[in-house]
Structures are given as C-alpha cells and as structure tokens.
Design a protein around this ligand. Structure first.
Ligand code: RTP
Ligand code: MG
Length: 141
C-alpha cells in the first residue's frame, strides 16, 4: 500500500446544497486526510485549463460553464491508495449509474451536476494538485 495524494473538487452543485461537511466526513471516514483546502470561484480560463483534456468533447462547453457557475471547494486528500479510494467514494460519473452509498449517488443530480471531481491516476493527480496549489503547504499529521 502506498501513501498517495489526490485532488478533490466539491463542485458548485454540492457547495450550493451545503453538503461540504457531509462530503468531508466521508473522506475522513475512509481514512483520507485533508492536507490542503481552499474555496474559490473558478474563472473561465482556469476551468478550461483544468479540463483541457476534454476540450474536443461535445460536453466541454457545458462542463466549463457549470464549473464556473458558483464557488467550488478544492482540496488535496492524502492516504493509502488515496486516488482509487477517493474514486470509490465518489461513484460513477453518471449518478444514475453510481453505486448506492457513493457521494454521487447521494448528492448528484445529473452527469453534468455530479457533485465532485477526483484525479484518476498518479500522473493526473500530480498535475492537478500543482494546478490549484502551486505552492502547497502540506499539513500532514
Ligand atoms: P471528474 O473528472 O469530474 O472527476 O469526472 P470523471 O473522471 O468521472 O469523468 P470525466 O470523463 O473525466 O469527465 C469530466 C466531467 O465531464 C462531464 N461529462 N459529461 N455528458 C457527458 O457525456 C459527459 N461526460 C462527462 C462530467 O461532469 C464529468 O464529471
Ligand atoms: Mg475525470
């Protein structure tokens, strides 16, 4: 088992629903530590840059518009196999397909407004953490 870090975003729909604390509880319950966090409202350029890998996809414009529609809560999670553990907690991209008890099954309304983002691999986690926390002060304990 390896200690990893992953990037988590609580998206505008979940922030608007006032469930940041409930989602944080799930991270903590699974043994993931929040080692950096900040709330922000993304600019269009920030959202486009973050999702650049999806730039050619038909849903790109909707995705960017959704991500800038309200404040987001961005955090770095640390723990054993954090990347996969976090993806398991999130559930499938489409909440209709997400397993019962996952964050998306419980808090997401649609494939667009799907409550959370999580890095999908070690390489993307490193890039995504640096994107939002270029000078990361880590508070491991
Ligand atoms: P995320 O990156 O947000 O953690 O989500 P994911 O890995 O589960 O899904 P990904 O394939 O990376 O897609 C990024 C976000 O784009 C939206 N999407 N819409 N309409 C569609 O077919 C579609 N497919 C993806 C979702 O909001 C997804 O979270
Ligand atoms: Mg993704």
């Amino acid at each position: 088992m390896a200690i990893e870090r992953t990037l988590s975003i609580i998206k505008p729909d979940a922030v608007a629903k006032n469930v940041i604390g409930q989602i944080y509880s799930r991270f903590e319950g699974a043994g993931l530590k929040i080692v950096a966090a900040r709330m922000t409202q993304l600019s269009q350029a920030e959202a486009e840059g973050f999702y650049a890998v999806h730039a050619a996809r038909p849903f790109f414009k909707d995705l960017v518009n959704f991500m800038i529609s309200g404040p987001v809560m961005i955090q770095v999670l640390e723990g054993e196999n954090a990347i996969a553990a976090h993806r398991d907690l999130m559930g499938a991209t489409d909440p209709k397909k997400a397993e019962k008890g996952t964050i998306r099954a419980d808090f997401a309304d649609s494939i667009d407004a799907n409550a959370v983002h999580g890095s999908d691999a070690a390489e993307t986690a490193a890039v995504e953490i640096a994107y939002y926390f270029p000078a990361l002060n880590v508070y491991s304990r």
